[in-house]
Ligand binder design. Structure first.
Ligand SMILES: Cc1cc2nc3c(=O)[nH]c(=O)nc-3n(C[C@H](O)[C@H](O)[C@H](O)COP(=O)(O)OP(=O)(O)OC[C@H]3O[C@@H](n4cnc5c(N)ncnc54)[C@H](O)[C@@H]3O)c2cc1C
Length: 320
């Protein structure tokens, strides 16, 4: 028996979120008195795989084979489900990111396993197996009891701390043949020169309080200086100030960066639905009663147009 984690890699590297998953799974394994197996698929160097071992993995399965660097939810689902059966996994842990959301329901059907999606804490009990998840854009929470022998969990990003624990992981290489793909990816064109919003650890975002698209220069500059991506509220993209690919919220992208800087954004529920899982929210708003300050850990009350250039200068100074 084991707790199985699918650790996604990005061009052969694991992000912090993968280590969070392993830390979480290792704690769940402790509660169930079992071990943690981590599955990685694709071309990942041994030194990178070893990093998974620092967070409590007992066994790392390195799945190698053709086309594993191109994500295919149907084919990957088959592989992860087969490994879950082989490892007698009682819990399968995935990230609640786009990949995890595409895989989890498919694996759930294949394994006839109950699913807890967007879980943000350790199970509150293991018998019955009950997990905690946020509901209604974080305004409420629910306890969900999963009654099947195998349980699928997607862990909300940034909801669990990294816990270093060297469990002396072994690395086992397994040849993977992707089968069951009903689609074939012929070409992948990656956006270059720009950090993808959904991948970014730091996001600098502007709302209607920015007043005009002409004021975006310092916001973009701040994002560049911090190595982050830019985002916006929906009215900003509706107005055509910024492209719709930047719009975050209930009807836009759902992100969970380490740092979300909300500038001239009121903090409407629909906006927060897409950003409330950020580890830290910093708000800049000239209205100290704006709801965004309730979601933010840090804030500056002031005129965005005046504050932003000063912030840019301060970051430049620190970096120099
Ligand atoms: C079904 C539905 C779905 C929606 N989905 C989304 C969604 O996905 N994403 C989303 O963002 N919205 C969404 N909305 C819209 C949402 O309800 C809000 O209207 C929107 O988020 C407000 O955007 P905003 O904060 O940029 O603008 P505003 O609400 O106009 O707020 C502007 C803020 O800027 C501040 N401000 C003004 N001037 C300055 C200044 N000079 N310096 C600093 N601060 C200043 C103001 O105090 C205010 O707090 C949705 C609405 C509905 C009904």
């Amino acid at each position: 028996m084991a707790v199985l984690v699918y650790a996604e890699n990005w061009d052969g590297r694991f992000k912090k979120s993968s280590f969070e998953l392993v830390s979480y799974a290792s704690r769940v394994a402790g509660m169930l008195n079992t071990t943690t197996t981590v599955l990685s698929l694709g071309n990942v160097e041994k030194s990178e795989l070893e990093k998974l071992g620092r967070f409590g993995a007992n066994k790392i399965i390195n799945g190698v084979g053709e086309n594993l660097d191109i994500f295919d939810s149907q084919a990957f689902c088959r592989v992860i489900s087969d490994i879950a059966v082989k490892e007698a996994a009682t819990v399968v842990v995935l990230s609640n990111n786009n990949t995890g959301k595409a895989l989890a329901p498919r694996i759930s059907v294949r394994l006839k396993a109950g699913i807890g999606a967007g879980v943000s804490k350790l199970p509150i009990s293991i018998n019955p197996f009950t997990v905690y998840k946020r509901a209604f854009s974080g305004n409420a929470f629910s306890h969900l009891t999963i009654r099947t022998d195998t349980r699928i969990i997607t862990l909300a990003q940034n909801s669990f701390e990294l816990i270093e624990k060297n469990a002396g992981a072994t690395i086992e290489e397994v040849a993977i043949q992707l089968e069951g793909a009903k689609t074939r990816v012929k070409e992948v064109q990656k956006q270059s020169g720009k950090i993808l919003l959904t991948d970014a650890d730091i996001v600098v975002s502007g709302g209607r309080g920015m007043k005009s698209p002409d004021n975006w220069g310092p916001l973009v500059q701040l994002a560049e200086l911090l190595g982050g991506a830019t985002a916006c509220s929906r009215p900003v993209s509706d107005e055509g100030w910024r492209g719709h690919e930047e719009h975050t919220g209930q009807t836009g992208k759902i992100i969970a960066p380490d740092l979300y800087i909300a500038i001239g954004i009121s903090g409407a529920t629909q906006h927060l639905a897409g950003v409330s899982s950020s580890k830290y929210i910093v708000a800049i708003n000239n209205d100290k009663g704006a709801p965004i300050f309730e979601a933010a850990q840090f804030g500056i009350v002031g005129d965005a147009v005046k504050v932003l250039p000063k912030l840019v200068e301060a970051v430049k100074e620190i970096r120099a």
